[in-house]
Write a protein that binds this ligand. Structure first.
Ligand SMILES: [Zn+2]
Length: 452
């Protein structure tokens, strides 16, 4: 079996791994490259012929794993795309949101990466299966999705071919996050493709610490009559924050104040979260059984159009604004940052990974001012990071998970990490001494997985 990494090698976006088993060609994830200079790369000719693929498997609905699928279909792919049911349902919203962001291209006379017709065709190719179910992808190539605990519907995928088991981790979640179950243990595998986003970092705090930090931020916001801004990824982090706020507000642990959900994409995903209780952890199941709609609580206001979003300005502080994008690289949070970041009384809560080249990264790295909508805005608000809200497991989690089947795999390739993170994780795995071959995947290089 051969593996070639076309993306997410030395970076955290653009996951695409070509798996060649005999004459079969399977693509694992088909992600968009994000960040500075990505547009040209996303438009570059394919390194493989989309028509030559027999099947595509997707691990979860983040754009850096599914965002180029409509372009793959536009360019000739007509085969099946295997995934879980929540991922199937979420994908359409993610693509449509991305296409909307890219409407500017059409206005500027540039051909869009994909259009609504491509999205509709791609959606019709998605085939969903349940966690734990064995699915035949092509003769001699079977897969099983296991819960990765990263976002709703996320999976790591066991691929069985010719007596060899290869696991593709997709993205591995953090333990003890709200709503989702923890990552299922690794199954016995010969070879593993492992993400390394936090390969060099350990998250602060525990589950209790995280809720406490959020509670403190809300109490201080009320005391200072301040604005609390929470930039959040629309898929999962926003729903988790709502879940935590629901508990804090309904339990009387924080003063009453207005909480604005100003994220059209996150709002449109709420019904999907509500319709998949089979993916919930025990606590979320209990709350649901008690009749608590944990995406609704006193004070929560959902903006349904841009006029509603503008009207947030007129609401007196204290107030909380949850809006995308999570890395502060676009979306409705930008206007709020432009308005409120310069006031030392306000708070900015950073709860997710901030990629290189994003405004979020500049802020957490201590920039004194940042460029928003062509204006330099001084960063005077208090900036706090709660890493334990991160969607990704940290270094300890990744090292633990890799060995969780009780039998170390023979070969590991590390992808989906910035070079320092991937190298540090590789070092950590080598120090464990149990795994024969640990490789930091390089872009476009083909590797041989033992077992043919
Ligand atoms: Zn992800």
């Amino acid at each position: 079996m051969k593996l070639t990494f076309y993306g997410a090698a030395g970076e955290v976006t653009g996951s695409k791994t070509l798996i060649e088993a005999g004459s079969r060609r399977i693509l694992l994830d088909c992600g968009l490259i994000q960040g500075e200079g990505s547009d040209l790369r996303n438009r570059a000719p394919w390194a493989f012929d989309p028509k030559s693929l027999d099947a595509v498997i997707v691990t979860h609905a983040h754009l850096d794993h599914i965002g180029l699928l409509p372009r793959l279909v536009k360019d000739g792919y007509t085969g099946p795309v295997f995934t879980t049911e929540p991922t199937r349902e979420i994908s359409r919203f993610m693509w449509e949101d991305e296409a909307k962001v890219r409407d500017e291209d059409t206005e500027a006379g540039i051909e869009p990466l994909f259009d609504q017709e491509d999205i509709d065709t791609t959606y019709s190719l998605l085939r969903s299966s349940k966690y734990g179910e064995s699915v035949r992808v092509v003769p001699g190539f079977d897969i099983t999705f296991r819960d990765a605990g990263h976002v709703l519907g996320s999976a790591f995928v066991e691929m069985r071919v010719g007596g060899l088991t290869l696991v593709g981790s997709g993205d591995i979640g953090n333990d003890h996050v709200p709503i989702l179950r923890d990552t299922e243990p690794m199954t016995k595998a010969d070879a593993v493709i492992l993400e390394s986003t936090y390969g060099n970092r350990t998250h602060d705090g525990s589950e209790a610490g995280r809720e406490d930090l959020l509670r403190q931020a809300l109490i201080q916001t009320a005391e200072r009559k301040a604005v609390l801004m929470i930039p959040a990824f629309s898929l999962e982090r926003t729903q988790e924050i709502l879940y935590e706020l629901n508990g804090l507000v309904e339990g009387g642990a924080v003063p009453k104040m207005s909480v604005f959900l100003d994220s059209p994409l996150a709002t449109s995903l709420l019904p999907i979260f509500k319709s998949h209780p089979e993916c919930y952890d025990e606590q979320a199941k209990i709350l649901r059984a008690m009749g608590d709609d944990f995406f609704s609580f006193p004070g929560l206001k959902i903006t349904h159009n841009y006029r509603n979003s503008l009207a947030i300005d007129k609401v007196k502080s204290p107030k909380v604004i949850i809006a995308g994008s999570g890395m502060m690289s676009g979306g409705r949070i930008m206007r709020h940052l432009g308005r409120y970041l310069q006031d030392a009384n306000n708070l900015l809560l950073v709860i997710g990974f901030q990629g290189q080249g994003t405004i979020g990264r500049q802020i957490v790295d201590g920039a004194e001012s940042v460029m928003i909508d062509e204006h330099m805005v001084p960063v005077r608000a208090e900036v706090r990071q709660i890493e334990s809200f991160s969607a990704h497991g940290d270094r300890d989690k990744l090292l633990r998970w890799l060995k969780s089947s009780g039998q170390a795999p023979g070969q590991v390739w590390l992808n989906h990490g910035e070079p320092e993170a991937a190298e540090a994780l590789a070092q950590g795995i080598r120090e464990g001494g149990e795994i024969e071959q640990v490789t930091v995947a390089a872009e476009g290089v083909t590797y041989e997985a033992a077992g043919e």
